[in-house]
Write a protein that binds this ligand. Structure first.
Ligand SMILES: Nc1ncnc2c1ncn2[C@@H]1O[C@H](COP(=O)(O)OP(=O)(O)OP(=O)(O)O)[C@@H](O)[C@H]1O
Length: 229
């Protein structure tokens, strides 16, 4: 099986004057479709940097990142933006919804940015799938944290992306709400065969992953194939 996401000898070094911070050190990873991978590890171990490089939001200092067979680490900004919009979904701890738009408008945003038809029926179907039928016209400020994260997941999945990156998606949620959010990400794996990558400190998320990459000091310290409960 071909990897959907392939990181080869990825190094990311930040320079602070004479000092260098090695956020990722010669890291190799291959991630496949139909899988949810949790990236864990202590603070400062490189989790966010890995996600940023894998998503083409940051560039490795050396090494290559391939997404769906294309080398994104060598792409120009424009091509990269287009690829991100078409093939990648993002979910963040802070939800990142636009406060002036309704839930439905937020969900339709990636289609709008990608120049695709904004189909309100499809948006409502996505919102229903995340348990928010009836709240399509609510603005983020009128929704709870868990509901906002559900909108963010509907927004991430509306383009049926190959890869979904989630950075601490349950970090701001209580345990039960977090479990529901994780279930939705698992459904993206089950229904679309997506490759889902979740950066998390939450052991409950890691326990529900197909695979756990534990980072330490910019390297993969453990690569564990899990059996989701
Ligand atoms: N933009 C930046 N400029 C300079 N150094 C950075 C930058 N981003 C990250 N670093 C450094 O790179 C290392 C890895 O950071 P990273 O944010 O990837 O870790 P993390 O595992 O996601 O941490 P946390 O769990 O606290 O979010 C850290 O030492 C951090 O200080």
């Amino acid at each position: 099986m071909d990897a959907v996401l392939e990181l080869t000898h990825v190094t990311r070094t930040y320079r602070h004057g004479p000092h260098a911070v090695h956020a990722l050190r010669d890291l190799d990873a291959r991630l496949y479709a139909h899988s949810l991978t949790a990236v864990t590890g202590p603070s400062g171990s490189g989790k966010s940097t890995l996600l940023q490089c894998a998503a083409g939001l940051d560039r490795p200092t050396s090494g290559t990142v391939r997404l769906a067979g294309r080398e994104i680490s060598a792409m120009g900004e424009r091509e990269l933006t287009r690829l991100r919009r078409a093939r990648i979904g993002f979910v963040f701890q802070s939800f990142n919804l636009l406060p002036t738009l309704t839930a439905q408008e937020n969900v339709l945003l990636p289609l709008r940015l990608d120049g695709r038809r904004r189909d309100p029926v499809r948006a409502r179907r996505m919102l229903a799938r995340v348990g928010l039928d009836g709240r399509a016209d609510a603005r983020p400020g009128e929704l709870s944290g868990g509901q906002q994260q559900r909108v963010a997941i509907a927004r991430a999945l509306i383009t049926e992306p190959d890869v979904v990156f989630a950075d601490e998606p349950t970090g701001a949620l209580d345990q039960d709400t977090a479990a529901g959010v994780l279930e939705l990400l698992r459904e993206a794996v089950g229904e679309h065969g997506a490759t889902v990558v979740v950066v998390t400190h939450d052991p409950a998320v890691a326990a529900r992953a197909d695979r756990v990459l534990r980072l330490a000091d910019g390297r993969i310290a453990h690569d564990t194939v899990g059996v989701p409960a």
